[in-house]
Design a protein around this ligand. Structure first.
Ligand SMILES: [Fe+2]
Ligand SMILES: [Fe+2]
Length: 562
């Protein structure tokens, strides 16, 4: 059989065997190096002291080639204990608040098994917390640590270095007591830090390898979309009726001579009614296809699979939040140019449901979402930012889930009236518009309300957000100059979020202070415009979200509001 005849699977299996052999070869070599430091081997023709320097590359290669971390840790522990000439050594990994022992050498097993590590406690805990290397010359005399914490250490000297991956401490390598009785030198610190850097790469490689073996849903959908052999995408029935693929030409798949062929089944401009959907079900047609046509459609494809993507822990939080954000921005692109508001409402509601669920299930999402908002003055992003800010703020206010859903959907669509305004106008700043253009622009509130109300599938409270979000608390807003609580609660919230988002987009740079500076200018320049009670809560919310405890800018805003 020639190589060309090998199937892809066989080739992949062969690659795994080859990689494993490489692994074994490297490990064997490493073992040899460690156990025969004074060998006459060309590579080993050096003194034991310089071995560790000369062979760091080999060690690094071996460590980063091994894809099973459980094999890496004992190996690393041997290297660091032998390489520094120590009596004992341990390696721990950090998992959230827990610090777990991964390898121990030179300690009786009962001691190694009983040792407990806590973030911030003892030498190991100190390194986890501070992320710096630590050298202790005499355990007895070091006032930073309690002697009790060292009861199982041999001798008096300790060296610990952090293992850092993606900027976080993920573990610690520690050695204890040099056989020579000397203290640890700068060279020892450098040696351990280099090994720690290799371990960090090994951890990352294992991560990548795991991902290769079990690709995340995000990777799966992305590669399905970008698969060049397939120019058609499978879509769901719901997504072609009221979702992201409504209005697309639909195709059916058939197999001719072992090859997939796609037949046009129905043109996109034909209404895809319930009867048609049922006829699909009756005929047992459960897969319908659309032709691929670019990035917007890729995001629509991710939109119909968003629920699976956000739940999949194989993708990082950052990747999942990013896709949630991009999907919403793409949805708003369609909403502002598409004439079907009913579909825009359905899609906005679906997105809000998934985003809310994602946010409620994982506290980390809450804090990351706030950090990932991009304020760039883009009219589409403005709606998405306002909606995300609203969901986070509403959650902070402990609003019930159903209210959050209404608020989030209404916020996403609050400027939908702009779909009916000349597009050259909506890209401009309010200040750049002529008096007539400004009058035109102001109509987006009534237009939005009419569009949403006529869609028949959005509650009145959410429709009112579109109508009232430019009303001012003091009655000087538009379109109806409503005052105080005549304006719906959600619309009063939206007034604050809308103005805050627009002003955040106008500043350059984005540190934690900028939010409070923006608020300060907003309150100063627009006195009477906002509901003070909601504004005070919004300041509290920003304080919690940005982690600013006591800030000068913040106090100034609070004073202004009082
Ligand atoms: Fe608006
Ligand atoms: Fe707006």
């Amino acid at each position: 059989m020639t190589t060309n005849m090998l199937t892809q699977t066989v080739r992949e299996d062969l690659q795994i065997v080859q990689d494993t052999l490489n692994d074994i070869r490297c490990l064997a070599k490493l073992y040899y190096l460690l156990h025969h430091p004074r060998s006459t081997d060309k590579l080993m023709d050096e003194s034991y002291d310089s071995l560790k320097e000369l062979n760091l590359k080999e060690i690094g290669y071996a460590l980063t080639s091994v894809l099973d971390l459980e094999r890496v840790f004992p190996l690393v522990n041997n290297i660091t204990v032998c390489g520094t000439g120590s009596l004992s050594g341990i390696i721990v990994l950090v998992d959230g608040d827990e610090v777990q022992l991964k390898a121990a050498k030179g300690l009786p097993s009962h001691v190694a098994n009983d040792a407990v590590f806590k973030v911030g406690d003892g030498a190991i805990g100190w390194v986890v917390k501070c992320g710096k290397s630590l050298v202790i010359d005499d355990i007895e005399k070091d006032l930073r640590f309690n002697k009790q914490q060292f009861q199982w250490y041999l001798g008096k000297t300790v060296l610990c270095v952090p293992i850092k991956a993606r900027g976080r401490v993920v573990g610690v390598i520690s050695v204890n007591s040099k056989k020579s009785g000397d203290g640890y030198t700068d060279n020892d610190v450098r040696f351990l830090e280099t090994i720690a850097a290799y371990v960090a790469i090994a951890i990352r490689n294992t991560d990548l390898y795991e991902r290769l073996k079990n690709p995340s849903k995000l990777d799966h959908f992305t590669s399905t979309y970008h698969d060049k052999n397939n120019t058609y995408l499978p879509v769901t029935l719901r997504s072609i009726k009221t979702g992201a693929f409504a209005g697309c030409d639909l195709y059916l798949q058939t197999v001719v001579n072992d090859e997939n062929k796609y037949l046009l089944y129905c043109k996109g401009n034909k209404l895809f009614a319930d009867e048609r959907k049922e006829s699909f079900v009756k005929k047992n047609i459960n897969k319908i296809y659309v032709a691929k046509n670019g990035n917007g459609q890729y995001l629509r494809y991710m939109e119909i699979n968003l629920e699976q993507v956000v739940r999949d822990e194989m993708a990082t939080l950052h990747e999942r939040i990013h896709i949630v954000y991009e999907v919403a921005t793409n949805m708003m692109t369609d909403a502002l140019k598409d004439s079907s508001v009913g579909i825009a409402v359905e899609r906005a509601r679906d997105w809000t449901t998934v985003a809310l669920d994602f946010m409620l299930k994982d506290k980390e999402v809450y804090s990351h979402l706030m950090e990932m908002l991009t304020y760039d003055g883009n009219v589409l992003r403005h709606s998405v930012n306002t909606a995300i800010l609203g969901l986070l703020f509403g959650y902070y206010l402990e609003m019930p889930v159903n209210d959050l859903l209404t608020l989030g959907t209404g916020l996403l669509l609050h400027d939908i009236g702009k779909a009916k305004i000349d597009h050259y106008m909506i890209k401009k700043d309010m200040e750049e518009l002529t008096k007539e253009e400004r009058e035109q622009m102001r109509k987006h509130t009534d237009l939005g309300f009419i569009l949403l109300s006529n869609s028949g599938n959005l509650g009145r409270e959410a429709c009112l957000i579109a109508k009232q979000h430019h009303e001012r608390y003091d009655g000087k807003g538009y379109p109806e100059s409503l005052k105080g609580e005549e304006i719906h609660y959600y619309s009063r919230i939206t007034r604050i979020l809308d103005e805050f988002e627009i002003r955040m987009s106008r500043i350059t740079g984005n540190d934690s202070n900028s939010a409070f500076n923006v608020l300060q200018n907003m309150v100063k320049g627009m006195e009477g415009s906002f509901d003070k009670e909601i504004l005070k809560k919004f300041i509290d919310f920003l304080q919690v979200s940005t982690g600013e405890e006591s800030d000068e800018a913040l106090h100034k805003v609070v004073e202004l509001v009082e």
